[in-house]
Design a protein around this ligand. Structure first.
Ligand code: ADP
Length: 247
């Protein structure tokens, strides 16, 4: 059954951010083929926060990487605002990624020899219409830590620098892969608060991947993944603030 079929009451979105049809990813390995995505159908609405849950190895990162232009599909179609990503050249995909996508990964990937501000500047200096690095850092509650180096910041603060870096170019899409995976619960809550706030402020279509089912309620919709396909798609009546969730 297609994913959209399970959200029976929701009308079809005429202009989704992403329209995904029959998306398939097969990795060829020395041990044989690995079917990471098995024919995914999904529309992702502009500006929504979508939480992706599922066990390790179920295909969540593969989906995120294809939507973000870091990887290519084996078959099927992904349209971003009507543009067929699966037909893009390498150059086209790089341009899409640079202009439209912000990434947040589990391990913050900051440059250790640069301050928080300089880490954000790496992105703003090559973006077309960025916000000031100081504004991006203020949005995530780090106005007083701009000149600190990563080693002088806690894990949660480092991840919030990564959130500022991802959002500073005002991306249309914000992709977060296990953003709280290496944080304690209080730091994780602060990072999720930062993600929700910046996503709403810039109107980014946001996906948060986690294997922690507790975060389901902070999204507009929740997808459950298993073995490369969607087993459940549900909508929350209202989003829960990260601080109110049971962790
Ligand atoms: P998740 O993010 O849910 O943990 P992944 O998307 O990382 O799942 O992986 C889905 C499946 O694809 C797993 O079986 C994984 O081992 C496999 N896989 C992911 N990346 C590669 C790769 N580069 N080469 C071969 N297999 C891969």
């Amino acid at each position: 059954m297609g994913a959209e079929a399970s959200s029976s009451s929701a009308p079809a979105d005429p202009q989704p951010a992403f329209a995904i049809r029959g998306l398939t990813k097969v990795y060829e390995t020395s041990a044989g083929q690995v079917h990471a995505l098995r024919g995914l159908d999904l529309d992702i609405r502009k500006g929504e926060i979508l939480v992706l849950l599922g066990p390790s190895g179920s295909g969540k990162s593969t989906l995120l990487n294809i939507l973000g232009g870091l990887d290519r599909a084996s078959a099927g179609s992904v349209r971003f605002e009507g543009r067929e990503l699966t037909a893009e050249t390498e150059r086209g995909l790089t341009a899409y990624r640079r202009a439209a996508v912000g990434f947040i990964f589990q391990f913050f990937n900051l440059v250790p020899s640069l301050t928080a501000r300089e880490n954000v500047m790496l992105i703003t200096e090559v973006s077309r219409d960025p916000m000031a690095p100081e504004d991006a850092l203020a949005m995530v509650g780090l106005a007083d830590r701009m000149d600190h180096f990563p080693a002088q910041l806690s894990g949660g603060q480092q991840q919030r620098v990564a959130v500022a870096r991802a959002i500073a170019k005002r991306p249309k899409v914000l992709l977060c892969d296990e953003p709280t995976g290496s944080l304690d619960s209080e730091s994780g809550i602060q990072v999720l608060e930062a993600i929700v706030k910046v996503a709403d402020d810039v109107g980014a279509t946001t996906m948060i991947v986690s294997h922690n089912t507790d975060i389901a309620l902070i999204g507009d919709r929740v997808i459950r993944f298993r073995d490369g396909h969607i087993t459940e798609l549900s909508a929350n009546a209202a989003r829960l603030a990260p601080r109110e969730m049971r962790w």
